[in-house]
Write a protein that binds this ligand. Structure first.
Ligand SMILES: Cc1ncc(COP(=O)(O)O)c(C=O)c1O
Length: 410
């Protein structure tokens, strides 16, 4: 298989020149010590809130005039779709995006806001629906990661890291990158390993969706069912397997793939908000989570760069992360307890007070809580964050709260 060349990545960089933000390298004195230090590459600052704009614009800008007239269709957990919708508007290309029913609402709304058409389907039907729409309407399929044009665009994250660290007069020992379908890490690793052969590139994915790690370690592409990958709060990291083109790049260029827990991801979303003042979604936080919590799993070194890949988080997600798990040093114990109770006083679907104690009331892995009638009516997945719903522990009912009028729109 032909792997990405530096010329491909440089050509993508020229196409993206006045479209994407050259995101800075952010020093993190709060995360370093005498032994090691951290720079962040905050792609949440892209205009669409994630690195995905790089690949999406590069791919659309490379379409022929006839392909642009036909329009494009893509499956996406949200960020690729949002980036395509934005790029499509800039280039005058009609865009249809197929998203899973569990996609973050903030992403679905943003795709529609850019004028693209959205089709919501169960996660297991994303690929078949995308193919069916392409056949029926003649759309060009723009995959989220299994495509050299997409990977070349994502590779500009790597070439920028090279140029920016060179300007600072430093060479990173290890660059840490989120991996799901593998488009981002393929491009970043292809760029960096060709520019700096001695550098280490390490991928990170959630423990609950660790198919890429298993694939790299076993030597063949492994697929995890969406029933399993759908458990992680990192909604951009629920793809079942890495793509075939990404896997060839990962085998050639990536040193290792490590995993992080859901608690570590949540904690890192909060830490990045507090310490680096950036809004990061769970998927965007996994690389930094590995640096903060799994340092022993990363190659030894002095300077690490972590790619913060996106910041499109639902409005409830950030307060949850920031308030539910404050460090002991920041908030005294009584204040923490009050906050946790406030967060759980109302059903997060219908907003009625959680008055009733019953075994069927449920809580998801992101600690969204649902009342008896909502959780009875739901599948096993949280409609807010997509996490698995489990029986909720018994709690003391709130005596003062009054019911409200029905569920708000999602
Ligand atoms: C914020 C974010 N980070 C990381 C990823 C993973 O990227 P890839 O599928 O190219 O590995 C995604 C994918 O949607 C994402 O949205």
């Amino acid at each position: 298989m032909t792997l990405l060349s530096l010329a491909d990545i440089h050509a993508a960089a020229r196409r993206l020149d006045d479209v994407t933000v050259r995101t800075p390298l952010l020093p993190c004195p709060w995360a370093g010590d005498a032994a090691r230090s951290l720079l962040l590459k905050p792609e949440n600052l892209q205009v669409t809130g994630s690195f995905k704009l790089r690949g999406a614009y590069n791919r659309l800008a490379s379409l022929s005039a006839e392909e642009r007239r036909r329009g494009v269709v893509a499956q996406s957990s949200g960020n690729h779709g949002k980036a395509l919708a934005y790029a499509g508007r800039l280039l005058g290309v009609e865009v249809t995006v197929v998203v899973p029913g569990t996609a973050a609402q903030v992403k679905v709304d943003a795709i529609r806001h850019q004028g693209a058409t959205v089709r919501e389907v169960p996660a297991a039907e994303l690929a078949t629906t995308t193919r069916m729409l392409a056949e029926e309407y003649g759309y060009v399929v723009v995959p989220p990661f299994d495509d050299l044009g997409i990977i070349a665009g994502q590779g500009t994250v790597g070439s920028e890291i090279f140029e920016q660290t060179a300007r600072l007069g430093v060479v990173p020992d290890t660059v840490v990158v989120p991996v799901s379908g593998g488009g981002l890490i393929s491009g970043v690793a292809a760029a960096l390993k060709q520019l700096l052969p001695g550098i280490r590139v390490v991928g990170v994915e959630p423990e609950l969706a660790a198919d890429a790690r298993e694939s790299l370690h076993s030597g063949h592409r492994v697929s995890w069912p969406t029933r399993l990958t759908g458990r992680t709060i990192a909604d951009g990291m629920r793809s079942s397997s890495v793509g075939t083109i990404p896997f060839a790049h990962i085998q050639e260029y990536v040193d290792d793939i490590v995993t992080v827990s859901e608690d570590e991801i949540r904690d890192t979303v909060a830490v990045l908000a507090r310490e680096s003042h950036i809004v990061v979604e769970p998927s965007g936080a996994v690389a930094t989570a590995a640096y903060l919590h799994r340092g022993d799993d990363l190659p030894a070194g002095k300077l690490y760069v972590c790619v913060v890949s996106g910041g499109n988080i639902d409005s409830g997600g950030l307060p949850h992360a920031v308030h539910c798990r404050p460090p002991a040093a920041v908030l005294p114990e009584p204040a923490r307890r009050t906050m946790a109770l406030e967060m759980r006083d109302r059903c997060e679907r219908c907003e009625r007070p959680l008055l009733i104690e019953a075994p069927s009331a449920r809580i998801c892995s992101y600690e969204c809580t649902f009342c008896v009638s909502c959780s009875d009516a739901m599948q096993d997945t949280c409609p807010n964050c997509g996490g698995e719903l489990v029986a909720r522990p018994r709690r003391t009912p709130s005596a003062t709260a009054e019911p409200t009028n029905g569920p708000p729109g999602r």
